[in-house]
Design a protein around this ligand. Structure first.
Ligand SMILES: [Zn+2]
Length: 355
């Protein structure tokens, strides 16, 4: 590092460097740490921001969704402008992180994490951060984490409550499936739309980012950080530390069965998105779209926004479609899968069904 650069880093982080647990060595560890964040919605993007402000600068951001006005009340990093442009959350997040620290290497990946891309997308990172809202993806991350011995931080938030846990399933440490052997009942059927308090999101993000920092700094091993679930209830102002233990018959960390890595449980061409009135369309074949050209020839609906990453089309007053450059799309305002496919085909001109 050149002298001038070094001086600017020392100045920027002078108050962080004063912490005896951090110092020059700790800051150097944070600057070198490679962090992958799965899900850049309210929780994931806030964790990303806190990590970058704490000195982390190597991040991959994975998210298949776009910024919508409905997200803004609980998201600290995104703006109305991001929503008006229908920017992918991963791209909006990376853009904002570079404004906080120009030296940040934030790589956006506009896709969902699935069993088909998990090995490629999570490879080479020191720690994985869960910014998702579903257990299917968490089970997938957990399989990967156990198989490769890579730690991950789980965080779940709903209503006034949150759970956060640094999972490092090596030795006698438990994994997620030691505590949740099966998918919770609500997954895949009920899909209840629950409210969430913005401060519950930021609370969970703060605890998650702190756990990442402590892990990178090598703190907390003695206090059993990896065997502690942090849980809070902001309605009652209660905070707990729950001791979690290894299940001696765990399918994943004991018997090494990684069925979420080998089966894609969520990869239909069209499927409703849990907890929303939207359908996600994922073409089975690889597609590369020129979105500006597509926007110019759209005959159905009105183009609201177009960028190199996404195009947003208003189809009816209630229904809009956002198409990404890899052909994936989110049809918002509808839950009927067949109708969503019809709208997708009409907007993009791409046929996904035999007629
Ligand atoms: Zn386990």
């Amino acid at each position: 590092m050149r002298d001038k650069e070094l001086l600017s880093v020392v100045e920027r982080f002078s108050r962080l460097l004063l912490l005896k647990e951090v110092g020059v060595n700790g800051l150097s560890k944070l600057r070198k740490a490679k962090v992958v964040i799965v899900g850049c919605g309210a929780t994931g993007s806030h964790i990303a921001e806190l990590l970058v402000r704490s000195g982390v600068r190597n991040l991959r951001l994975i998210d298949g969704d776009y910024v919508d006005e409905k997200n803004l009340y609980r998201t600290t990093l995104f703006t109305e402008e991001d929503a008006a442009k229908a920017l992918p959350k991963a791209v909006a997040c990376a853009n904002r992180l570079r404004l906080i620290d120009h030296s940040v290497m934030a790589e956006p990946v506009v896709d969902r994490l699935t069993s088909s891309n998990v090995e490629e997308l999570l490879k080479g990172f020191d720690i994985i951060v869960d910014g998702t809202d579903n257990f299917l993806t968490r089970f997938l991350i957990n399989d990967y984490s156990v198989k490769h011995g890579i730690p991950w931080v789980m965080s779940g938030v709903e209503q006034w409550y949150g759970n956060v846990w640094l999972i490092h399933p090596v030795g006698s440490n438990p994994c997620l499936r030691c505590v949740f052997p099966k998918l919770p009942e609500t997954v895949g059927n009920a899909c209840n739309i629950l409210g969430v308090l913005p401060t519950a999101v930021t609370m969970a993000a703060t605890i998650s980012a702190t756990l990442v920092i402590k892990h990178v700094l090598g703190l907390g091993g003695e206090e059993g950080l990896e065997r502690t679930l942090y849980t809070f209830d902001l309605k009652r102002s209660d905070f707990y530390k729950v001791r979690v233990t290894k299940n001696p018959s765990c399918e994943v960390c004991v018997h090494k069965k990684f069925r979420y890595l080998s089966n894609d449980f969520s990869h239909e061409v069209a499927q409703p998105i849990c907890g929303t009135r939207a359908v996600e369309i994922t073409p089975p074949q690889k597609i590369r779209l020129n979105l500006k050209a597509l926007a110019n020839k759209i005959k159905v609906g009105r183009v609201l926004a177009v960028s190199e990453y996404s195009v947003k089309v208003k189809v009816t007053p209630e229904i809009s479609v956002v198409v990404f450059s890899n052909g994936r799309a989110i049809v918002d305002g509808i839950t009927d899968v067949a109708k969503a496919l019809t709208i997708y085909e009409a907007v993009t001109g791409i046929k996904l069904r035999d007629s």
